[in-house]
Design a protein around this ligand. Structure first.
Ligand code: ASP
Length: 323
């Protein structure tokens, strides 16, 4: 019992020092133009939601959390949060993470019955000494923090799953589990970057499968001194190259966000070639933003869209692609 009390006390102290560090860092920089980017066409409404915070001088971390929550809570979006397609056993299992410009981050994987995993990830970041919580442990933590259980499997997803069960063939088809993960990256008016990434993962995945999206460095990475990046598509391929970290490191070495995304996609293609593997059903998309507010995007295949919002633009764009 004493240990437990000590743990909670230390945990709260850790949270307090995070908040302090944030203010100290933030007070040094002023006068950036806020901008937010997100993956796929649902990114447009997510950006509008994030802009309520960013456009009124709010911080990037709050903006990305609120932005992606909108998609998590929308049962008509069938690849994220409530409404997400289940695994092959009929369970909707969610992956999400969040990260700020100070390398503070939190993540949940294989979480069931909670509508807003990104907010649980934020609490992991702010209220525990850990970075990742998974499965039953993540659920227990969420419930202890006041999140409520909800049924994430909507009738449409259940119907599709029952249809899928008839053949039970696992064949991901590119851009079909379309509007997949929402990855969002943002720069706020004091020049701080943050990002969030949340998904129900590949439809009909094996029970227990975790993709790239909640893995810091794979689905999302933020380095306050350089830039932020996020990924969508076939998670296994993104994990192999630690995709988002790679994109951010490319920017750190001087590449533009566009070039940084292109290099990461080319590396993935190179690994396919090396393994002599078929990539006809694989899609990968990267999105990057540097701390000057410049951005870029690139995909393996045609069909990856992303949304950008700033003071003077509100766009849905088609990303360039390799082949
Ligand atoms: N990257 C996600 C995963 O592999 C899914 C996606 O973005 O399509 O779980």
């Amino acid at each position: 019992m004493q240990n437990r009390r000590k743990f909670i006390k230390n945990t709260l102290l850790a949270g307090a020092s995070f908040a302090l560090a944030d203010n100290v860092f933030a007070s040094g920089k002023k006068g950036k133009k806020p901008i937010v980017l997100s993956t796929w066409n649902f990114g447009k409404k997510a950006n509008t939601e994030a802009w309520k915070t960013l456009g009124s001088k709010g911080n990037a971390l709050d903006a990305v959390e609120k932005g992606v929550r909108l998609i998590e809570s929308d049962p008509t979006e069938r690849s994220v949060g409530k409404g997400g397609r289940p695994d092959r056993d009929g369970h909707v299992t969610l992956d999400a993470c969040i990260m700020n410009h100070l390398f503070q981050c939190g993540s949940v994987t294989f979480l069931e019955q909670i509508e807003n995993p990104v907010s649980v990830a934020r609490m992991v970041m702010e209220k525990t000494p850990h970075i990742m919580l998974s499965g039953e442990g993540a659920l227990q933590f969420a419930l202890a923090q006041g999140f409520e259980k909800t049924n994430l499997l909507v009738p449409e997803s259940e119907k599709e799953w029952r249809e899928w069960l008839k053949k039970s063939e696992y064949k991901p088809i590119i851009n079909i589990e379309n509007h997949d993960t929402i990855g969002m990256i943002a720069l706020d008016q004091i020049g701080n970057l943050a990002g969030a990434c949340t998904t129900s993962g590949l439809a009909w995945k094996m029970h227990g499968r975790v993709g790239d999206s909640p893995i810091i460095g794979a689905g999302l990475y933020v380095d306050g001194e350089a830039g932020a990046a996020t990924a969508t598509g076939h998670g296994e391929e993104v994990i192999r190259v630690v995709g988002s970290f790679r994109v951010v490191e490319n920017m750190k070495r001087g590449m533009s966000p566009q070039k940084a995304c292109e290099e990461a996609v080319k590396q993935i293609k190179k690994l396919f070639d090396k393994r002599n593997a078929d990539m006809s059903n694989t899609q990968i998309g990267f999105l990057a933003l540097n701390n000057k507010g410049e951005y870029g995007a690139f995909a393996l295949k045609k069909g990856f869209q992303f949304a950008v919002k700033s003071e003077d633009s509100d766009l849905l764009l088609d990303a360039n692609y390799l082949s």
